[in-house]
Write a protein that binds this ligand. Structure first.
Ligand code: SF4
Length: 341
């Protein structure tokens, strides 16, 4: 068994629902920030398998495959298991316990009107929403609180969740005793990525993603098939980069060149084929080291299991400590930290 290294710095928590492979949207949204900041903070990366059930409860059999795929995506993207603690949410039961405690003082109304929940629930009425789905922000609060994370790398769309977390943490601290720090967001400097079909969201369910594990050929195909400004018929027609997904990828991943591309597109001095070729070249360069790391970890699959076991044990230790404080603050530590002998 590997030795558990104690936490010593400020903590950063991030993670993903275990619903399938990660794509460039995840990378731009927060993954690149986690990699960049992992040595500055004690970094925890959570595989949110419980939260995957909020929308995939009827197919739990896929979760263990996705767990492995996402872990590989993390390691390939540069999450370093010596710097970051990668752990499995359902194996830290204290998170669920904390969710129950927080749920006592959150109103259904505040959950229903949370902008992210509103957007994701579409036109469904309260009567059609599942309790677990509605309570997603409470569960996220517990993810952040159990490890006393103070910084959370997020995309702009996650800010309403974090605001609710801050409110719940404040409420807990006022009601009982200050146990939790209020977390701050670290917003990605990359813009939110649109789908290759021009949809406002890059999403697996819409089939418009560029997966992090794509090969050179798949990347070329995805970029070739991506929509551009439909008004551009000839290559010297003036274009509208602001409505073109390819331009948004230039902005995210080739920020130095984006102004030049914008000008050339608007003046009709660059064709879409050339513009896509430039993007392909740079994205492929960015993905190449990820492919190498992925290949290395794929050959060492026992290492992945070790990384997950060690990370999860470390998170469990932390959770026990925090929940001890929580029970004490709430007056629920009846028999010496709830041990009955
Ligand atoms: S030139 Fe580039 S930015 Fe302009 S429409 Fe074509 S692909 Fe999009």
């Amino acid at each position: 068994m590997n030795q558990i290294i104690p936490f010593s710095k400020e903590r950063m928590l991030s993670g993903d629902r275990v619903t399938g492979k990660l794509h460039l949207g995840h990378y731009a949204g927060s993954l690149h920030n986690r990699v960049k900041l992992q040595s500055r903070y004690d970094t925890l990366v959570m595989l949110a398998d419980v939260q995957a059930l909020t929308t995939h409860f009827d197919h739990p059999e896929n979760i263990s495959r996705h767990l492995r795929e996402i872990t590989l995506d993390y390691l390939a993207a540069g999450v370093d298991p010596n710097e970051s603690t990668i752990f499995i949410q359902s194996m830290v039961p204290e998170i669920a316990e904390l969710t129950v405690f927080f749920s006592m003082f959150v109103t259904v109304n505040s959950l229903r009107h949370n902008p992210t929940i509103k957007a994701e629930s579409g036109n469904r009425s309260l009567g059609e929403l599942y309790y677990g789905f509605l309570g997603y922000p409470v569960s996220q609060t517990s993810d952040i609180a159990f490890c006393k994370a103070t910084v959370i790398p997020v995309g702009e769309d996650q800010l309403p969740h974090l605001e609710l977390t801050r409110k719940l943490i404040r409420r807990f601290n006022e009601l009982y005793r200050p146990v939790f720090p209020e977390p701050q967001a670290i917003i990605s400097e990359m813009p939110r990525l649109v789908g290759t079909d021009g949809n406002a969201k890059m999403s697996k369910s819409l089939g418009n993603t560029i997966p992090l594990d794509c090969t050179e050929e798949e990347l070329a195909f995805k970029i070739r098939k991506a929509v551009t400004d439909p008004a551009r018929v000839h290559k010297d027609d003036p274009g509208h980069p602001e409505i073109c997904p390819i331009f948004s990828y230039h902005q995210a991943f080739r920020s130095q060149e984006a102004d030049k591309i914008q000008e050339a597109c608007q003046m009709g001095s660059i064709g879409c084929t050339m513009c896509k070729r430039c993007l392909f070249k740079d994205l492929n360069l960015m993905l190449e080291p990820m492919r190498e790391r992925r290949a290395m970890y794929t050959r060492r699959s026992d290492d992945i299991e070790d990384i997950l076991k060690t990370g999860t044990r470390r998170a469990q230790e932390l959770a026990k400590e925090t929940l001890g404080e929580v029970r004490e603050a709430m007056g629920l530590d009846y028999f010496n930290h709830n041990q009955v002998n």
